[in-house]
Each structure stands twice: as C-alpha cells, then as structure tokens.
Design a protein around this ligand. Structure first.
Ligand SMILES: *[C@@H]1O[C@H](CO)[C@@H](O)[C@H](O)[C@H]1NC(C)=O
Ligand SMILES: *[C@@H]1O[C@H](CO)[C@@H](O)[C@H](O)[C@H]1NC(C)=O
Ligand SMILES: *[C@@H]1O[C@H](CO)[C@@H](O)[C@H](O)[C@H]1NC(C)=O
Ligand SMILES: *[C@@H]1O[C@H](CO)[C@@H](O)[C@H](O)[C@H]1NC(C)=O
Length: 413
C-alpha cells in the first residue's frame, strides 16, 4: 500500500474513533451525588453507573464481583412530589432480551400512609395484560434488600445484593426498571405505570465484563510498544546490531498500535454498551494515548528527504512523543486495573511482572551501552582492545549521537 493510502486510512479511522469516543464520554453518567452515595454504601468499586435521563431520570449503580457472581445494585429515582404513593422497580431478565415479561423484579412501594414496602415479583405475561401483580418467589437469592428515602438526593432508593445464577450472562445482562405512581389497596400491588414514552423505553442490555479490553491494551500499549522502543534503541548498532532493526521496530509498533487500538475500541464499545462507566479520566487518557500513537504512525509516513535540520526535529519529536506515550499508557493501564477490581487479583501482579521484565531488559541494554560508550571514549574496558570501529566517523560523537537519536542514521534515511 502506498504511504499516502496508509495515512489516509489511519486518518479516517482516527477521526471516526475520536468522534465516536467523545460523544460517548460525555453522553451518560450518573450524578456525582448518586455515585458517592453508592460508594458509601456497599458498592465500593462501581462497575457500572448510569443515569437514564430519558426514562424518568432513574439512576442505577452496580458492583459486580465476577468470581462470586455477587451483584450489588442501587437504584434511585425521584418520585412525583404531588403524589402520596409511588413505586420503583428494577429487575433482571434471564431471557434472550431485555423486556418486562419474564423479569425477576425487586420493587419498592411507598404506601398511602407513608410506609415503605419492598417485595420480589415474578413478572409474567399476565402482568402485562393487567392482572394483579403480587409478591412471589424469584429465581435468584436476594440479600440486604432495602427500600428507603434518601433526603440528601431526594431519591427513593432500592438497594440489594444478588447472587447471579449461571443463566444470567454478565456480559449480556438484561435489566429492566420502572417508576410508577399508583399502588393497590393492600399496599403490595404496584399498579400499571404511566404509559408515556418515558416509561416504555426502560430496558437495556449491558456488559459488565471488562477483561478483553484490559488484555488487549496491556499487550498492545503495555508490552509491544515498549519492546519496539527497546529494539529501536538497542538493535541499531549496539549491543545487538541487527540490519533489519527498523523493520522490527516498525512491525512491533504497528502490531502494538493495532492491538492497542482494538483494545481501546473495545473499551469504547464497553462504554457504549452500557453507555457510561464512571471513569472519564481513564477514557480521556485512553483518547490521549490513541492520539499520540496515531501521530507516531502517521509520522512514520512523513519523511522530509534532504534537510538535516528537519530530520533532527522530526526525530526529536518522534522520541518525545514515543516516550510520553509509554509513560501515559503505563499510568492508564494501572488506572484501568485499579478501576476493574472485578476480583481480578492477578491483573496487577501480571502487569507489574511485564513491566519489571521490560525495565530489566531496558536497564541491561542501557548498562551495556554505557560500557561501550566509556570504552570508546576512555578505553577503560579490557575488551576494547579488540574493538574496531566499523566506520570513519570519530567514535565519540558518533556514539553520543546514536544514544540520543537512534533513528538518525544514514542506513535508513
Ligand atoms: C415465574 O413465572 C413464570 C410464568 O408463570 C413461571 O414459569 C416461573 O417458574 C416463575 N418463576 C419463579 C421463580 O417462580
Ligand atoms: C439461595 O440460597 C440458598 C441457601 O443459601 C441455596 O440453597 C439456594 O440454592 C440459593 N438459590 C439460588 C437460586 O441461588
Ligand atoms: C448487608 O448490609 C450490612 C450493613 O449495611 C453489611 O454489613 C453486610 O455486609 C451486608 N451483607 C451483604 C451480604 O451484603
Ligand atoms: C475495591 O476497591 C478498593 C480500593 O478502591 C480495593 O482496595 C479493593 O481491593 C477493591 N475490592 C475488590 C473486591 O477488588
């Protein structure tokens, strides 16, 4: 493919993905108040938090512990203050789609006399056609189920802890919610919710699993890119001269770019699938990383031929951006791991292991290079006796230059 074609493709993909991600990051999120309230309760590490502006402003936060399949939920909504009664419902549907019939629901009811009730309901097709809805058993165990009023948020809040049976797929979880006003005489029967538009679109399928995104990003940004840098820095001439270093460097970075961007796209998709994960900083860092990486990839196409000064600036830019990229992606991966805490206790050690390995290799090469440098400059090393410079330039300036500008070499330009 011609360089121009490549650049064009990168450019288009970049533009598309950035627009896509920006529209997502600010699209939906739960309010700060709700988030902090959820964190104060049992949902320390929020997996999901979203406000459904279009359906009565209901806010839902979840914390999933993947290993134990324990799901903590908190659902809040503002009741109509003019009404004496009201109910708030949230449930999961184990069926193939998110819909009312088949939902295993938790419902909190505010009665005429101001009392609060909470019950479990198995919503069937009879409910839909208007039959009485009464408490029943549901197919998961619920603990710490409460319904209360939070005066700070002015929300009525359902909170519960559920152990998800295997038939609920956490990467395709159908959840359904609803707010209503009228309550039956006995006080345990939520009556039909209002039939406005705001009340119909109250279902969603969400993905609470973030593993793939993490793996791809750790491999792409966190492993391949640093390896590519090590190649460029050390395989050009010393300690491991390799004629094809540039091809290796480029293919390593290109692969890293593709894998990392895929991981990033998955991250955006995760955000899209559940509209909002409350991690704007992680998202912004992600965009930043992708932007820098794209710059580097585009830059690879950009080769002013003859002007030495240009080439120097070009290389400086390449290095500054490259190293910043490494630092930022390292920070963001750690951030991401910190966010996930879905019982993935092995993520942090795994990534730290990779990091330690790369640092070790990097330092090893650095030390070797310094030995070589000192040897060339001062003849300190015994082995220097056998070393013959394989070019005409004075070794000192040559080596110094090579250390700072690994790509600035006649071989490839
Ligand atoms: C819920 O209702 C449906 C339809 O009547 C029934 O098949 C199902 O067994 C019920 N689930 C539970 C947990 O009772
Ligand atoms: C609910 O909990 C009980 C006892 O802890 C257990 O025997 C039962 O299998 C659980 N049911 C489900 C659907 O998880
Ligand atoms: C239930 O709530 C209490 C107090 O909020 C908490 O100490 C306990 O750990 C919770 N239990 C479960 C199973 O979430
Ligand atoms: C939840 O987050 C805290 C710190 O934010 C962390 O120490 C803890 O390990 C996390 N819990 C789980 C289950 O990962």
């Amino acid at each position: 493919m011609s360089p121009r074609g490549c650049s064009l493709i990168f450019g288009v993909v970049f533009l598309f993905l950035s627009v896509f991600s920006f529209t997502n990051i600010h699209a939906h999120h739960c309010t700060e108040g709700f988030l902090s309230e959820a964190k104060q309760r049992n949902l320390i590490n929020i997996t999901f938090c979203k406000r459904y502006i279009e359906s009565n402003g209901v806010e839902i936060a979840m914390y999933l512990r993947e290993k134990s399949r324990r799901l903590d939920i908190m659902v809040g909504a503002k009741f109509d203050e003019k009404e004496k009664t009201g109910w708030l419902a949230w449930g999961l549907n184990p069926g193939p789609e998110a819909r009312m019939v088949g939902t295993q629901a938790l419902i909190g009811i505010k009665k005429m006399n101001g009392d609060f009730h909470r019950e479990k309901y198995n919503i069937t097709s009879y409910t839909k056609i208007g039959c009485q809805l009464l408490p029943s058993s549901i197919d998961f165990n619920v603990s710490n189920f409460s319904f209360s009023y939070n005066s700070y948020l002015q929300y009525h809040v359902i909170q519960a802890c559920i152990v998800l049976p295997m038939k609920y797929d956490v990467s395709r979880l159908n959840h359904v919610w609803q707010v209503g006003i009228n309550v039956g005489d006995v006080g345990k029967e939520p009556k039909m919710h209002p039939k406005g538009l705001r009340n119909y679109d109250s279902t969603e399928t969400i993905n609470l699993r973030t593993g793939v995104h993490g793996v791809l990003n750790i491999i792409g940004w966190g492993t391949l890119l640093p390896i590519g840098v090590i190649i460029a820095r050390n395989f050009r001439e010393f300690p491991l001269p390799c004629l094809a270093w540039k091809e290796y460097h480029v293919s390593c970075q290109a692969t890293g770019y593709i894998v990392g961007s895929t991981g990033w796209a998955v991250g955006i998709w995760l955000g899209k699938a559940s509209k909002y994960y409350s991690f704007p900083k992680h998202g912004i860092f992600g965009i930043f990383i992708f932007t820098l990486a794209t710059l580097q990839m585009l830059f690879f196409q950009f080769k002013p031929r003859d002007r030495d000064e240009f080439r120097m600036y070009r290389n400086m830019f390449h290095h500054v951006v490259g190293y910043s990229l490494l630092v930022v992606s390292c920070i963001n991966i750690l951030k991401g791991i910190n966010i996930m805490h879905l019982d993935y206790s092995y993520w942090l050690p795994a990534y730290l292991g990779i990091l330690a390995c790369l640092t070790f290799i990097f330092l090893l090469f650095e030390i070797l290079s310094w030995f070589k440098f000192l040897c060339d400059k001062f003849g300190l090393w015994i082995l220097c006796a056998n070393h013959k410079p394989n070019h005409e330039e004075p070794p000192n300036s040559r080596k110094e230059d090579a250390r700072i500008q690994p790509t600035n070499t006649p071989i490839n330009n």
